[in-house]
Design a protein around this ligand. Structure first.
Ligand code: FEO
Ligand code: CA
Ligand code: CA
Ligand code: CA
Length: 630
């Protein structure tokens, strides 16, 4: 069989020609792979399918429902379809702050007619809150939070219908994204933002950054404005987050490609540059931000290497507003979701990272050096090895090193074109890896695989096969699942691991076979598209969703996006919070005393509790008896 890809066939057509797939899913195969393997928990059957195997380790739907709240200290709430937030009885929530709030008393706040003036737009809380982490520093409580993207129509004058019309428009959009660092303090009724705190800081699309690690200074990183390839401007599409053991914030650049475009459709590029654009989806037209029309840095016909300076994990010291954020190229260039940092028993720094695109990969970085409190941390996020995950159908897996020997690529190119390196070693194509969360009480880690309509239908952008596989067992997967793994020897730096599926979302009320979901999905906790995740001090898994909230068809009964909590031992999952219609629930951290949890509500749509324009915001949730909430 020829493996040459004829020009007249699309990648889909070519794949279908050579690898025709049955019209129907092979139910037995799917269920066997997904549900009937033995899990790693005490030899229990981790998942039993009602149709195939009755699990002894996890509850059946009916027993889970009968148990109600189970080990959770609250009664799970029902799905909701309204425009506000719901939490269980015994808990209360209120706003902490949101898009447009002034961080400094001299900045003009949000303006509903045009999003406010350019002047001061880098001194207000940005739009579309996403990943966040909390920090304690010399008696102060700080939060660093991402602002993933902007809604063009509500940040520009209404008459422009979402189209930037000047360099000033573009500059305002650039100012409203990136990261906010701010201080919080207890007020009379919960936490408040400390306006004018010396810690308050905005980092945006023009903030100076330092580039370090294997790609720093490489020719592909150089531009006319920065012939050293070590200094760039801005951090982009800041999605998920991470926190280092030394108290810094990690912000993760996800869909950076959408900010670039070309004013010259006929521009030609070096082969490597062009191959990178194709794999990462750097477009000619842009995604509507139109930066390239007003700011040559984003015009690939003028600055072809600028896209290589985005797509990284960026470290920010939240305690020092004067510090320069650092782009760590050792952690690879992908559409980074989050960066979950753990230490192995020796003190090596291990970073788990998902690349959120259909059919892309799950990654791990292991440092060469070790962390010792108080010692220099230089190189701990750059000097080391990147790996991509390979999952075997028998419940084992291994981390495949991305090195010059395994990939045929030099170290700087492994960093810049990490996706190609992972393709070269034959890692497992995943259903859009979103957040990874690791447990503070066991060596387990979890990754939310949010959904993948292309699974079994279409290869990824690199042409890699995406037939259903162990942790991604369902074709046309609209529901998503969470895979978890336990490193061999409880050592996160070990190359081997055991894995199982913690949950497969689905709809037991309307679907058949594997699309019903795993046994711990019941009529009482329906959800789709797990995305944000964090594991609390007790080891409970908090799951946030970013899915279809139509509440119709296969999604009937799921309601608005929500936050659930899972027990890793019993598998039980309970709905804790529902967001307003149209919103995504994303971002979770706790106050120092863990009596308050902070939850991000991104892009609420149809309503907002204060009656005003729905605004992306952080809310705070407490128990009425003030007991800890995680
Ligand atoms: Fe920005 Fe993959 O979520
Ligand atoms: Ca996300
Ligand atoms: Ca998502
Ligand atoms: Ca989002």
């Amino acid at each position: 069989m020829t493996t040459k890809h004829p020009a007249h066939l699309s990648a889909d057509d070519w794949d279908e020609l050579h690898f025709p797939r049955p019209e129907e899913n092979d139910f037995d195969r799917v269920v066997e792979r997904a549900l009937s393997r033995r899990g790693f928990l005490s030899g229990l059957v981790a998942f039993g399918s009602g149709a195939a195997v009755m699990g002894s380790g996890l509850m059946t739907s009916s027993s889970a429902q009968a148990m109600g709240a189970g080990r959770f200290p609250f009664a799970p709430i029902a799905a909701q379809t309204d425009g506000t937030v719901h939490v269980p009885e015994g808990y209360r929530w209120k706003l902490l702050g949101g898009w447009g709030d002034a961080l400094f008393s001299d900045a003009a706040g949000y303006d509903v007619t045009d999003g406010g003036p350019l002047d001061g737009s880098d001194r207000i809380f940005g739009e579309n809150t996403d990943g966040m982490e909390s920090f304690a520093f010399e008696g102060h409580q700080l939060i660093a939070v991402n602002h993933e993207y902007v809604n063009l129509d509500i940040n520009l004058p209404a008459a422009q219908e979402g189209k930037p019309a000047s360099a000033d428009d573009v500059r305002k959009l650039q100012n409203l994204q990136g990261v906010t660092v701010f201080e919080i303090a207890q007020g009379e009724d919960g936490f408040e933002v400390v306006v004018d705190s010396p810690f308050n800081r905005r980092i945006d699309h023009n903030t100076p950054m330092k580039i370090v690690g294997p790609a720093a200074g490489h020719d592909l990183m150089k531009t006319e404005a920065d012939p050293t390839g070590t200094e760039s401007l801005g951090t982009f599409n800041n999605c998920g987050s991470g926190k280092t053991p030394w108290g810094t914030y990690l912000t993760c650049e996800e869909n950076f490609n959408g900010y670039f475009g070309s004013t010259d459709e006929a521009a030609s590029y070096d082969d490597k540059v062009k191959a990178g654009y194709d794999r990462y989806g750097v477009p000619v037209e842009g995604w509507g931000y139109d930066y390239h029309k007003w700011d040559a840095r984003f015009d690939t016909s003028k600055t072809p290497n600028e896209p290589h300076r985005a797509g990284w994990v960026v470290e920010i010291d939240p305690t020092n507003p004067e510090s320069t954020p650092v782009k760590h190229t050792g952690l690879g260039r992908i559409k980074h979701e989050n960066a979950e940092v753990v230490l192995n028993p020796e003190g090596k720094v291990v970073v788990y990272m998902g690349d959120d695109e259909r059919g892309e990969y799950l990654y791990r970085f292991v440092s060469t050096g070790t962390y010792f409190p108080g010692a220099s941390t230089e190189g701990l996020l750059d000097d080391g090895t990147l790996f991509a995950a390979k999952f075997n159908d028998d419940g084992t897996g291994e981390w495949l090193a991305l090195t010059p020997e395994t990939t045929g690529m030099e170290p700087a190119e492994i960093a810049i074109f990490t996706r190609m390196a992972a393709s070269a070693v034959g890692a497992t194509t995943m259903d859009r890896p979103e957040w990874v969360a690791s447990s503070p009480v066991t060596a387990e880690a979890y990754c939310a695989l949010t959904n993948n309509k292309n699974r079994g239908k279409k290869p990824n952008a690199g042409g890699d096969d995406t037939a259903a596989n162990g942790p991604n067992p369902r074709d046309a997967n609209n529901f998503g699942q969470i895979v978890r793994w336990r490193p061999h020897g409880e050592d996160a730096a070990a190359d081997g691991f055991d894995w199982d599926l913690y949950v497969m979302a689905g709809n037991p009320d309307t679907q058949e076979g594997a699309y019903k979901g795993s046994e711990n999905v019941t009529s009482g906790n329906l959800f789709n598209s797990p995305d944000g995740m964090a594991i609390d001090s007790a080891g409970l898994v908090w799951i946030q969703t970013d899915g279809d909230d139509s509440n119709e068809g296969e999604f009937a009964g799921m309601g608005n996006n929500q936050m659930l909590v899972g027990d890793p031992v019993t598998g039980e999952i309970a709905r804790f919070l529902t967001g307003p219609k149209g919103s995504e629930v994303t971002g979770l951290c706790w106050s120092i005393d863990r009596r308050t949890m902070f939850v991000g509500i991104q892009h609420p749509g149809s309503g907002w509790p204060d009656g005003g324009t729905p605004r992306s915001a952080i809310i705070q949730v407490r128990r009425e008896d003030d007991a800890p909430v995680g």
